[in-house]
Design a protein around this ligand. Structure first.
Ligand SMILES: Nc1ncnc2c1ncn2[C@@H]1O[C@H](COP(=O)(O)OP(=O)(O)OP(=O)(O)O)[C@@H](O)[C@H]1O
Ligand SMILES: [Mg+2]
Length: 349
């Protein structure tokens, strides 16, 4: 029905800015894929090319097996939900949701039925007679979602749809979107620069940088086996720790040292997740000074500074027994250090 494939997509803007640089990406029929990456990496531009709001410089877009690269937006069977909702202020919620059907000259009893259905699904049935200005941010976002699903499109595109919501509403809407995806069985491409959103919602995550897809995979495989330092740094919160040094074939030596069986002897960067740093007595360990302890309830983040000046963050269970100013030993848990080539940041394995 709605598989999406983007093939060798390039978008060069007037003035020479390359927004998208040779991106190939597929979203299987009924799958939920997240597109993540830092600001300016080309996420919105890809969505706009898929929706038909932007003409690619080269490359192709197929939806449901049909090439749509040069078709106008209305012929693509795609619904896009934006960060700013883009509701019509002078129309009621009912008219906003029904708008895409009206434009397609759908019979009015059919419009009434489908608006009701979409509103029920998103639990906004009681708000149908209000204007957008009379709604909260979360309610507006739900109206925008209802307007997208009322058309029953083959493909949904989301561009940071939750970033204007406060933390609690955001977490709730996140869960609702996942449930909605399951119920509709629709294909969804979801752009965010919030990697927590990507990790918790999507079956597959594509990490972008500089107009390219750096790596795509299941959330946990990106977390455990990042192919480059850029991906390792982008996925995970707090960010992965890094220390510069050298690999010797069996070890990594730097301000932190650990066993590392990589064939190359080269300048390298060791990357260690916060939960893979072990703090304890300074025996067989690098010595660091605790700079800050952040209790989060079930766990604590302990920030330390090595003698060499590098700052690290460790995640420890429960309450941490250290205070700022304490000296503490830092080790890498066995087998948990990832090594990357110093120059291009590619993984050393
Ligand atoms: N109409 C345009 N004209 C010229 N350059 C543009 C245009 N639209 C986007 N760009 C540039 O293309 C690049 C990609 O922009 P894009 O909006 O796709 O980034 P993004 O990943 O969505 O970023 P954000 O997370 O900030 O929304 C940026 O360098 C941007 O400045
Ligand atoms: Mg964007």
């Amino acid at each position: 029905m709605g598989a999406l494939s983007v093939t060798r997509l390039v978008k060069r803007f007037a003035g020479g800015v390359v927004g998208v640089d040779d991106v190939t990406l597929t979203v299987a029929d009924g799958a939920f894929t997240a597109l993540v990456g830092p600001s300016g990496c080309g996420k919105t531009t890809i969505l706009r090319c898929v929706a038909g709001l932007e003409e690619p410089t080269s490359g192709a877009v197929h939806i449901g097996g049909r090439e749509v690269t040069w078709l106008p937006p209305r012929d693509r069977d795609v619904a896009m939900v934006f960060q700013n909702y883009a509701l019509y202020p002078h129309l009621s919620v009912r008219e906003n949701i029904g708008f895409p059907l009206k434009v397609r000259r759908t019979a009015s009893d059919e419009v009434t039925r489908r608006v009701r259905q979409a509103a029920d699904l998103l639990e906004i049935g009681a708000l149908l007679d209000r204007k957008p200005a009379q709604l909260s941010g979360g309610q507006r976002q739900r109206v925008a979602l209802a307007r997208a699903i009322v058309r029953e499109p083959a493909l949904f595109l989301f561009d940071e749809p939750l970033s204007n919501l406060d933390a609690q509403v955001r977490a709730q809407t996140r869960a609702e979107l996942v449930a909605l995806h399951r119920r509709l069985g629709a294909t969804m491409l979801y752009v965010t620069h919030d990697q927590v959103e990507a990790m918790t919602m999507a079956q597959s995550v594509a990490v972008m940088g500089g107009g390219r897809v750096l790596q795509e995979g299941a959330p946990m495989s990106l977390y455990r086996e990042p192919a480059s330092l850029a991906v390792a740094r982008f996925i995970g919160s707090p960010s992965i720790n890094t220390v510069a040094g050298r690999t010797t074939g069996t070890r990594f030596d730097g301000a932190l040292s650990c066993e590392a069986h990589v064939p190359a002897e080269s300048a390298a960067v060791l990357a260690v997740r916060p939960e893979a740093l072990v703090l304890g007595p300074a025996i067989d360990a690098a010595v660091a000074t605790v700079t800050l302890v952040e209790p989060l309830g079930p766990e604590s983040l302990v920030r330390v500074r090595l003698a060499s000046g590098e700052e690290l963050v460790a995640r420890v269970a429960g309450e941490a027994p250290w205070r700022a100013g304490d000296a503490v030993g830092v080790r890498v848990a066995a087998g948990q250090g990832l090594c990357f080539r110093a120059g291009d940041g590619s993984r050393l394995v």
